[in-house]
Design a protein around this ligand. Structure first.
Ligand SMILES: Cc1cc2nc3c(=O)[nH]c(=O)nc-3n(C[C@H](O)[C@H](O)[C@H](O)COP(=O)(O)OP(=O)(O)OC[C@H]3O[C@@H](n4cnc5c(N)ncnc54)[C@H](O)[C@@H]3O)c2cc1C
Length: 323
Protein backbone atom coordinates (compact mmCIF):
# COMPACT_ATOMS: atom_id res chain seq x y z
CA UNK A 1 0.00 0.00 0.00
CA UNK A 2 1.04 3.61 -0.45
CA UNK A 3 0.81 6.33 -3.05
CA UNK A 4 1.53 5.40 -6.67
CA UNK A 5 5.28 5.59 -7.29
CA UNK A 6 6.50 8.52 -9.34
CA UNK A 7 8.36 7.11 -12.31
CA UNK A 8 11.68 8.86 -12.25
CA UNK A 9 15.06 7.76 -13.40
CA UNK A 10 17.98 8.12 -11.07
CA UNK A 11 19.97 9.98 -13.73
CA UNK A 12 17.18 12.56 -14.20
CA UNK A 13 17.34 13.34 -10.49
CA UNK A 14 21.10 13.56 -10.22
CA UNK A 15 21.89 16.03 -12.98
CA UNK A 16 23.16 18.57 -10.44
CA UNK A 17 25.32 16.97 -7.79
CA UNK A 18 25.64 17.63 -4.95
CA UNK A 19 22.02 18.51 -4.24
CA UNK A 20 21.17 21.10 -1.61
CA UNK A 21 19.06 18.71 0.40
CA UNK A 22 18.34 15.00 0.51
CA UNK A 23 15.11 14.04 2.26
CA UNK A 24 14.93 10.40 3.31
CA UNK A 25 11.36 9.16 3.81
CA UNK A 26 8.34 10.30 1.82
CA UNK A 27 5.60 10.23 4.46
CA UNK A 28 3.97 13.28 6.03
CA UNK A 29 7.17 14.80 7.44
CA UNK A 30 9.28 14.13 4.34
CA UNK A 31 6.78 15.48 1.80
CA UNK A 32 6.13 18.55 3.93
CA UNK A 33 9.90 19.12 4.09
CA UNK A 34 10.07 18.74 0.31
CA UNK A 35 7.40 21.39 -0.28
CA UNK A 36 9.18 23.89 1.97
CA UNK A 37 12.60 23.07 0.48
CA UNK A 38 11.24 23.60 -3.02
CA UNK A 39 9.60 26.88 -2.07
CA UNK A 40 12.95 27.93 -0.56
CA UNK A 41 14.43 27.45 -4.07
CA UNK A 42 16.51 24.48 -2.96
CA UNK A 43 17.41 21.62 -5.27
CA UNK A 44 16.79 18.24 -3.77
CA UNK A 45 15.07 14.92 -3.83
CA UNK A 46 12.87 12.77 -1.60
CA UNK A 47 14.04 9.17 -1.54
CA UNK A 48 11.46 6.82 -0.09
CA UNK A 49 10.61 3.14 0.07
CA UNK A 50 7.76 1.43 1.86
CA UNK A 51 4.37 2.54 3.14
CA UNK A 52 3.64 5.29 5.61
CA UNK A 53 2.81 4.15 9.12
CA UNK A 54 -0.71 5.44 8.56
CA UNK A 55 -1.34 3.34 5.43
CA UNK A 56 -3.44 0.59 7.10
CA UNK A 57 -6.10 3.15 8.12
CA UNK A 58 -9.01 4.22 5.98
CA UNK A 59 -9.24 7.66 7.57
CA UNK A 60 -6.81 10.09 9.15
CA UNK A 61 -8.30 12.28 11.84
CA UNK A 62 -7.17 15.53 13.39
CA UNK A 63 -5.52 16.71 10.19
CA UNK A 64 -6.19 20.43 9.80
CA UNK A 65 -8.83 21.01 7.06
CA UNK A 66 -8.58 17.32 6.02
CA UNK A 67 -10.19 15.58 9.00
CA UNK A 68 -11.31 12.06 8.05
CA UNK A 69 -9.50 11.87 4.69
CA UNK A 70 -7.82 8.69 3.48
CA UNK A 71 -4.15 9.03 4.55
CA UNK A 72 -2.85 7.38 1.37
CA UNK A 73 -4.84 9.90 -0.66
CA UNK A 74 -3.38 12.75 1.40
CA UNK A 75 0.14 11.58 0.60
CA UNK A 76 -0.69 11.27 -3.09
CA UNK A 77 -2.04 14.84 -3.09
CA UNK A 78 1.19 15.96 -1.43
CA UNK A 79 3.18 14.29 -4.22
CA UNK A 80 0.96 15.76 -6.91
CA UNK A 81 1.41 19.24 -5.49
CA UNK A 82 5.20 18.82 -5.56
CA UNK A 83 5.31 18.16 -9.30
CA UNK A 84 5.32 21.78 -10.52
CA UNK A 85 8.31 22.49 -8.30
CA UNK A 86 10.59 19.97 -9.99
CA UNK A 87 11.43 18.40 -6.62
CA UNK A 88 11.31 14.69 -7.43
CA UNK A 89 10.30 11.74 -5.31
CA UNK A 90 12.45 8.72 -6.02
CA UNK A 91 11.20 5.25 -5.03
CA UNK A 92 14.26 3.67 -3.44
CA UNK A 93 15.49 2.58 -0.04
CA UNK A 94 18.49 4.34 1.48
CA UNK A 95 20.75 1.81 3.13
CA UNK A 96 23.76 3.90 4.12
CA UNK A 97 24.63 7.53 4.79
CA UNK A 98 28.06 8.99 5.47
CA UNK A 99 29.93 12.27 5.27
CA UNK A 100 29.77 15.61 7.03
CA UNK A 101 28.00 18.94 6.92
CA UNK A 102 28.10 20.18 3.31
CA UNK A 103 29.17 16.84 1.85
CA UNK A 104 26.94 13.87 2.62
CA UNK A 105 26.65 10.77 0.50
CA UNK A 106 23.78 8.31 0.64
CA UNK A 107 23.84 4.85 -0.87
CA UNK A 108 20.61 3.43 -2.28
CA UNK A 109 19.62 -0.23 -2.15
CA UNK A 110 20.73 -0.71 -5.79
CA UNK A 111 24.19 0.70 -5.02
CA UNK A 112 23.72 4.13 -6.62
CA UNK A 113 24.63 7.18 -4.58
CA UNK A 114 23.16 10.60 -3.89
CA UNK A 115 25.29 13.53 -2.74
CA UNK A 116 23.77 16.37 -0.80
CA UNK A 117 24.85 19.26 1.39
CA UNK A 118 22.13 18.75 4.02
CA UNK A 119 20.08 15.74 5.03
CA UNK A 120 16.58 15.53 6.48
CA UNK A 121 15.72 12.20 8.08
CA UNK A 122 11.96 11.57 7.95
CA UNK A 123 11.98 7.80 8.17
CA UNK A 124 9.15 7.37 10.68
CA UNK A 125 8.55 4.42 12.98
CA UNK A 126 7.26 0.89 12.52
CA UNK A 127 4.65 -0.73 14.73
CA UNK A 128 5.73 -4.27 15.54
CA UNK A 129 2.56 -6.18 16.33
CA UNK A 130 2.30 -9.44 18.28
CA UNK A 131 1.26 -12.75 16.67
CA UNK A 132 -1.27 -13.24 19.47
CA UNK A 133 -4.15 -12.64 19.81
CA UNK A 134 -4.90 -13.96 16.32
CA UNK A 135 -6.20 -11.26 13.99
CA UNK A 136 -4.94 -8.25 15.91
CA UNK A 137 -2.33 -7.54 13.23
CA UNK A 138 -4.86 -7.83 10.39
CA UNK A 139 -7.30 -5.46 12.11
CA UNK A 140 -4.61 -2.86 12.92
CA UNK A 141 -5.78 0.57 11.76
CA UNK A 142 -9.29 -0.74 11.06
CA UNK A 143 -11.06 -2.04 14.19
CA UNK A 144 -7.87 -1.96 16.30
CA UNK A 145 -6.33 1.43 17.11
CA UNK A 146 -3.51 2.60 19.33
CA UNK A 147 -4.55 6.24 19.56
CA UNK A 148 -7.79 7.66 20.91
CA UNK A 149 -7.15 10.95 19.06
CA UNK A 150 -6.87 9.08 15.74
CA UNK A 151 -10.06 7.10 16.33
CA UNK A 152 -12.40 7.69 19.25
CA UNK A 153 -14.72 10.63 18.82
CA UNK A 154 -16.53 8.70 16.06
CA UNK A 155 -17.61 5.99 18.51
CA UNK A 156 -17.88 8.16 21.65
CA UNK A 157 -19.98 6.65 24.44
CA UNK A 158 -20.08 3.37 22.51
CA UNK A 159 -18.76 -0.03 23.59
CA UNK A 160 -14.95 0.01 23.51
CA UNK A 161 -12.25 -2.42 24.64
CA UNK A 162 -8.67 -2.10 25.86
CA UNK A 163 -6.05 -4.85 25.51
CA UNK A 164 -2.53 -5.00 26.83
CA UNK A 165 -0.29 -8.00 27.45
CA UNK A 166 0.37 -8.54 31.19
CA UNK A 167 -2.07 -5.76 32.10
CA UNK A 168 -2.13 -4.62 35.70
CA UNK A 169 -0.78 -2.21 38.30
CA UNK A 170 -1.19 1.53 38.63
CA UNK A 171 -0.05 2.20 35.06
CA UNK A 172 -2.72 -0.24 33.85
CA UNK A 173 -5.38 1.59 35.87
CA UNK A 174 -4.24 4.89 34.37
CA UNK A 175 -4.38 3.53 30.80
CA UNK A 176 -7.96 2.37 31.31
CA UNK A 177 -9.09 5.63 32.89
CA UNK A 178 -7.38 7.51 30.04
CA UNK A 179 -9.34 5.57 27.42
CA UNK A 180 -12.56 6.21 29.31
CA UNK A 181 -12.51 9.74 27.94
CA UNK A 182 -14.03 8.08 24.84
CA UNK A 183 -16.54 5.93 26.70
CA UNK A 184 -17.11 4.61 30.22
CA UNK A 185 -18.27 1.35 28.62
CA UNK A 186 -14.83 -0.21 28.29
CA UNK A 187 -14.07 -3.92 28.33
CA UNK A 188 -10.61 -4.55 29.77
CA UNK A 189 -8.59 -7.62 28.76
CA UNK A 190 -5.15 -9.11 28.49
CA UNK A 191 -3.29 -12.24 27.41
CA UNK A 192 -3.69 -13.63 30.95
CA UNK A 193 -5.64 -12.84 34.14
CA UNK A 194 -5.65 -9.16 34.97
CA UNK A 195 -3.09 -8.25 37.61
CA UNK A 196 -5.07 -5.73 39.67
CA UNK A 197 -5.48 -5.58 43.44
CA UNK A 198 -9.04 -5.87 44.86
CA UNK A 199 -9.00 -2.09 45.45
CA UNK A 200 -7.98 -1.39 41.86
CA UNK A 201 -10.68 -3.74 40.58
CA UNK A 202 -13.29 -2.00 42.69
CA UNK A 203 -12.15 1.43 41.47
CA UNK A 204 -12.34 0.39 37.82
CA UNK A 205 -15.67 -1.40 38.15
CA UNK A 206 -17.21 1.53 40.01
CA UNK A 207 -16.23 3.68 37.02
CA UNK A 208 -18.01 1.35 34.60
CA UNK A 209 -15.13 -0.80 33.28
CA UNK A 210 -15.85 -4.50 32.59
CA UNK A 211 -12.88 -6.60 33.70
CA UNK A 212 -12.36 -9.80 31.70
CA UNK A 213 -9.98 -12.32 33.27
CA UNK A 214 -10.16 -14.89 30.47
CA UNK A 215 -7.33 -14.24 27.97
CA UNK A 216 -8.22 -12.64 24.63
CA UNK A 217 -7.39 -15.15 21.89
CA UNK A 218 -8.94 -13.80 18.70
CA UNK A 219 -9.89 -10.49 17.05
CA UNK A 220 -12.16 -10.41 13.99
CA UNK A 221 -13.26 -7.41 11.98
CA UNK A 222 -16.99 -6.89 11.62
CA UNK A 223 -19.24 -4.14 10.32
CA UNK A 224 -18.96 -1.32 12.86
CA UNK A 225 -16.06 -2.65 14.90
CA UNK A 226 -14.48 -5.86 16.14
CA UNK A 227 -15.57 -9.20 17.55
CA UNK A 228 -13.42 -10.39 20.46
CA UNK A 229 -13.21 -14.08 21.37
CA UNK A 230 -11.87 -15.17 24.76
CA UNK A 231 -10.28 -18.43 25.84
CA UNK A 232 -13.35 -19.37 27.90
CA UNK A 233 -15.58 -19.07 24.81
CA UNK A 234 -17.01 -15.64 25.62
CA UNK A 235 -17.58 -13.45 22.56
CA UNK A 236 -17.96 -9.65 22.72
CA UNK A 237 -18.70 -7.14 19.97
CA UNK A 238 -17.06 -3.77 20.45
CA UNK A 239 -16.80 -0.61 18.35
CA UNK A 240 -13.02 -0.49 18.75
CA UNK A 241 -10.17 -2.32 20.46
CA UNK A 242 -7.37 -0.12 21.74
CA UNK A 243 -4.02 -1.91 21.75
CA UNK A 244 -0.37 -1.06 21.21
CA UNK A 245 2.42 -2.49 19.12
CA UNK A 246 6.07 -2.05 19.89
CA UNK A 247 7.05 1.33 18.45
CA UNK A 248 10.36 0.88 16.60
CA UNK A 249 12.00 4.08 15.33
CA UNK A 250 13.66 3.73 11.91
CA UNK A 251 16.85 5.27 13.26
CA UNK A 252 19.54 3.17 11.56
CA UNK A 253 20.69 6.00 9.25
CA UNK A 254 20.81 8.44 12.17
CA UNK A 255 23.00 5.99 14.07
CA UNK A 256 25.32 5.64 11.06
CA UNK A 257 25.76 9.41 11.01
CA UNK A 258 26.47 9.52 14.74
CA UNK A 259 23.27 11.35 15.75
CA UNK A 260 22.14 10.99 19.35
CA UNK A 261 19.14 8.70 19.60
CA UNK A 262 17.04 8.17 22.74
CA UNK A 263 14.21 5.69 23.34
CA UNK A 264 11.75 8.36 22.11
CA UNK A 265 13.61 8.93 18.87
CA UNK A 266 16.29 11.01 17.18
CA UNK A 267 17.23 13.99 19.36
CA UNK A 268 16.59 17.33 17.67
CA UNK A 269 16.84 20.96 18.76
CA UNK A 270 14.28 23.73 18.21
CA UNK A 271 15.44 23.94 14.58
CA UNK A 272 14.92 20.18 14.03
CA UNK A 273 18.70 19.74 13.80
CA UNK A 274 20.14 16.55 15.22
CA UNK A 275 23.33 16.49 17.26
CA UNK A 276 25.25 16.21 13.95
CA UNK A 277 25.55 19.53 12.05
CA UNK A 278 23.79 19.51 8.70
CA UNK A 279 21.56 16.56 9.62
CA UNK A 280 17.93 17.40 10.41
CA UNK A 281 15.12 15.05 11.43
CA UNK A 282 11.33 15.34 11.61
CA UNK A 283 8.18 13.32 12.17
CA UNK A 284 7.55 10.24 14.28
CA UNK A 285 11.24 9.26 14.12
CA UNK A 286 11.98 12.22 16.40
CA UNK A 287 8.98 11.72 18.75
CA UNK A 288 5.29 12.37 18.47
CA UNK A 289 2.52 10.35 16.97
CA UNK A 290 0.49 12.67 14.81
CA UNK A 291 0.39 13.85 11.22
CA UNK A 292 0.06 17.49 12.29
CA UNK A 293 3.31 17.27 14.27
CA UNK A 294 5.09 15.48 11.41
CA UNK A 295 3.99 18.07 8.85
CA UNK A 296 5.07 20.93 11.13
CA UNK A 297 8.42 19.29 11.90
CA UNK A 298 9.12 18.64 8.23
CA UNK A 299 8.42 22.26 7.32
CA UNK A 300 10.63 23.49 10.17
CA UNK A 301 13.50 21.17 9.22
CA UNK A 302 13.37 22.35 5.61
CA UNK A 303 13.32 26.05 6.48
CA UNK A 304 16.22 25.77 8.91
CA UNK A 305 18.24 23.61 6.50
CA UNK A 306 17.67 26.24 3.79
CA UNK A 307 18.62 28.97 6.21
CA UNK A 308 21.87 27.14 7.06
CA UNK A 309 22.65 26.81 3.34
CA UNK A 310 22.11 30.56 2.95
CA UNK A 311 24.62 31.31 5.71
CA UNK A 312 27.09 28.71 4.40
CA UNK A 313 27.05 30.46 1.00
CA UNK A 314 27.38 34.06 2.18
CA UNK A 315 30.42 35.79 0.72
CA UNK A 316 33.13 36.65 3.25
CA UNK A 317 32.21 40.33 3.49
CA UNK A 318 28.63 39.48 4.41
CA UNK A 319 29.39 37.03 7.21
CA UNK A 320 29.02 38.11 10.81
CA UNK A 321 32.38 39.29 12.08
CA UNK A 322 32.38 36.92 15.02
CA UNK A 323 31.31 33.90 12.90
C1 LIG B 1 -3.04 2.67 12.56
C2 LIG B 1 -2.61 4.11 12.68
C3 LIG B 1 -3.54 5.12 12.55
C4 LIG B 1 -3.14 6.45 12.64
N1 LIG B 1 -4.08 7.42 12.52
C5 LIG B 1 -3.71 8.71 12.61
C6 LIG B 1 -4.70 9.75 12.52
O1 LIG B 1 -5.91 9.49 12.35
N2 LIG B 1 -4.27 11.04 12.63
C7 LIG B 1 -2.95 11.36 12.83
O2 LIG B 1 -2.62 12.55 12.92
N3 LIG B 1 -2.01 10.39 12.94
C8 LIG B 1 -2.37 9.08 12.82
N4 LIG B 1 -1.40 8.11 12.94
C9 LIG B 1 0.01 8.51 13.14
C10 LIG B 1 0.63 8.86 11.76
O3 LIG B 1 0.57 7.71 10.95
C11 LIG B 1 2.07 9.31 11.93
O4 LIG B 1 2.15 10.35 12.90
C12 LIG B 1 2.65 9.82 10.62
O5 LIG B 1 2.57 8.83 9.61
C13 LIG B 1 4.10 10.27 10.82
O6 LIG B 1 4.62 10.72 9.60
P1 LIG B 1 6.17 10.47 9.26
O7 LIG B 1 6.41 11.20 7.99
O8 LIG B 1 7.01 10.75 10.43
O9 LIG B 1 6.28 8.88 9.03
P2 LIG B 1 5.61 7.99 7.89
O10 LIG B 1 4.35 8.59 7.43
O11 LIG B 1 5.57 6.60 8.44
O12 LIG B 1 6.66 8.04 6.69
C14 LIG B 1 7.98 7.54 6.79
C15 LIG B 1 8.38 7.01 5.42
O13 LIG B 1 9.78 6.79 5.35
C16 LIG B 1 10.03 5.57 4.67
N5 LIG B 1 11.37 5.09 5.02
C17 LIG B 1 11.80 4.63 6.23
N6 LIG B 1 13.10 4.28 6.17
C18 LIG B 1 13.50 4.53 4.89
C19 LIG B 1 14.75 4.37 4.19
N7 LIG B 1 15.84 3.90 4.82
N8 LIG B 1 14.81 4.71 2.89
C20 LIG B 1 13.72 5.20 2.24
N9 LIG B 1 12.52 5.37 2.85
C21 LIG B 1 12.41 5.04 4.15
C22 LIG B 1 8.90 4.69 5.21
O14 LIG B 1 8.71 3.52 4.47
C23 LIG B 1 7.71 5.67 5.11
O15 LIG B 1 7.18 5.69 3.81
C24 LIG B 1 -1.78 6.77 12.86
C25 LIG B 1 -0.84 5.74 13.01
C26 LIG B 1 -1.25 4.42 12.92
C27 LIG B 1 -0.25 3.33 13.10
Amino acid sequence: MGPAPDVLSYSAVMTHAPLDVLIIGGGFAGLSAALYSARGMKRGVVVTAGPSRNAPSRQAHGVFTQDGEDPVHLLQVARDQLRPYDFPVLEAGVIRVAGENGAFIATLADGQTVQARKIILATGVRDLLPDEPTGLREEWGKGVHHCAYCYGWEIRDGPTAFYQAALGGTSGVQSILYHQKISRDILVCSDRSLDFTPEQRELLETRGAHLMDAPLVRVDGREGGVRLTFQDGTVADRAVLYAHGERRGQVELAVQLGCEVTPSGIQVDAQQMTTIPGVYAAGDVTSGNQIAFAVAGGARAAMFAASALFYDDLPDGAKAEDA
